[in-house]
Design a protein around this ligand. Structure first.
Ligand SMILES: Nc1ncnc2c1ncn2[C@@H]1O[C@H](COP(=O)(O)OP(=O)(O)O)[C@@H](O)[C@H]1O
Ligand SMILES: CC(=O)OP(=O)(O)O
Ligand SMILES: [Mg+2]
Length: 396
């Protein structure tokens, strides 16, 4: 039933995959990085080929035009009309969207209206949507929300212990994020655990540039580390994760460079995490390279990063009252052998240990020792496939 594009627009990047549906064959995929900066990097992969180029891409609208031209240049399509569906990852759905939704101009306005719930993401997601509405007005356009999978959280998990009116009148609650990824890897886990999802208790760790963990019981999210916005929870590439909220007014009072709560929130979102502590980079590979050259800040950044993840894993053992498996996914979760070893072997009291022979680059599946009570799984995430499937469901 035609070709479907899955779009994952980040604050400075745009990832995409082109599928033949309903066969779910990946025809091509690509990445446009450094949007809005000099020398944007463009990668297109198709049929064993990789094309890379560097040009300046100023906006997400330009990125979409570039991607569509590349599809023609590399003969992945002859005509734009071959693309009958476009699915967009949208990080925050707030109280407005509990499931994937057909995009109309009203839906687009609503997505923009809740940008406060994902300030780094929703504005970029909306730009991507607008660009495609202009280029492919006939295609089935669907928004797939990161928050949807977490709508099953029990009230004790999603409510904050603040006066009730802030929930009832202002919708202040935990929404979580990365839901598509937590859902996908938890479903994939059944292949390695030989039990139906209804009988499983899982702790999923999505560790990429953004990081979040979830406690999943019987296939439903029962807790997750991100909160009202994706700033909450563990430390990330540029985000602080949890800090004592009293620090915010204290920073404004004492640092003459900070004038408002918004200034501090920007700092916590974009200048903190691995970047803020290492003073080197938000990218884990750069941090580790500096650490190996003896850089103390980089070593501290790494230590904090591992510590925060361990503490959330421990919390979720309590939330679930035990677990069948801990799952690692996303850039660092899938590729970071050392991170997995440091996280798991530092808390082996919980009933698991990494098998060094299995914990290798490119490994997939269980990497725990044979006598581990709790399995440790590496499962590559595939948010784009879930998005393409949701688009397909609307085409029918
Ligand atoms: N081999 C590796 N070892 C450690 N970290 C890695 C490796 N490959 C990628 N990463 C890290 O993965 C992170 C990016 O993850 P990714 O899931 O692509 O993030 P996002 O989707 O949020 O852009 C970066 O910190 C990068 O350094
Ligand atoms: C929600 C979020 O943090 O997403 P990402 O990891 O893509 O930045
Ligand atoms: Mg991601």
């Amino acid at each position: 039933m035609g070709k479907t594009l899955a779009i994952n627009a980040g604050s400075s990047s745009l990832k995409w995959q082109l599928y033949a549906m309903p066969e779910e064959t990946v025809l091509a995929k690509g990445l446009i990085e450094r949007i809005g900066l000099k020398n944007s990097a463009i990668t297109v992969k198709y049929a064993q080929q990789v094309d890379k180029k560097v040009i300046d891409i100023h906006t997400h609208t330009e990125a979409v035009k570039q991607l569509m031209n590349d599809l023609k240049t590399f003969k992945l399509i002859d005509d734009f009309n071959e693309i009958t569906g476009v699915g967009h990852r949208v990080v925050a759905g707030g109280e407005l969207f509990k499931e994937s939704t057909l995009i109309t101009s009203e839906v687009l306005q609503q997505i923009k209206s809740i940008s406060n719930l994902a300030p780094l993401h929703n504005p970029a997601n909306a730009q991507g949507i607008e660009a495609f509405l202009e280029l492919l007005p006939e295609a089935t356009a669907v928004a797939v929300f990161d928050t949807a999978f977490h709508t099953t959280l029990p009230e004790k998990a999603y409510r904050y212990p603040i006066p009730n009116k802030y929930y009832h009148d202002y919708n202040i609650r935990k929404y979580g994020a990365h839901g598509t990824s937590h859902m996908y890897v938890s479903q994939e886990a059944t292949k390695y655990l030989n039990k139906p999802i209804e009988d499983l208790k899982l702790i999923t760790c999505h560790i990429g540039n953004g990081v979040s963990l979830s406690a999943i019981k019987g296939g439903k999210s029962v807790d997750t580390s991100m909160g009202f916005t994706p700033l909450a929870g563990v430390m990330m590439g540029t985000r602080s994760g949890e800090i004592d909220p009293s620090i915010i007014p204290y920073m404004i009072e004492n640092d003459p460079e900070l004038h408002s709560a918004q200034d501090v929130i920007d700092l916590l979102n974009t200048k903190s995490g691995l970047l803020g502590v290492s003073e080197i980079s938000s990218d884990m590979r750069d941090v580790q390279n500096s650490e190996s050259e003896g850089n103390k800040n980089a070593a501290l950044a790494y230590e904090l990063f591992i510590d925060r993840i361990q503490k959330y894993i421990a919390q979720y053992f309590a939330v679930l009252n035990g677990a069948d498996a801990v799952i690692f996914t996303a850039g660092i979760g899938e590729n970071g052998c050392r991170e997995r070893e440091d996280i798991i072997n530092g808390m082996d009291w919980f009933g698991f240990k990494i098998d060094d022979e299995k914990n290798k680059r490119g490994c997939v599946g269980n990497i725990a020792t044979a006598d581990s009570k709790v399995k440790v799984l590496v499962i590559p995430t595939d948010e784009e496939l879930v998005i393409a499937r949701d688009v397909e469901a609307f085409k029918k």
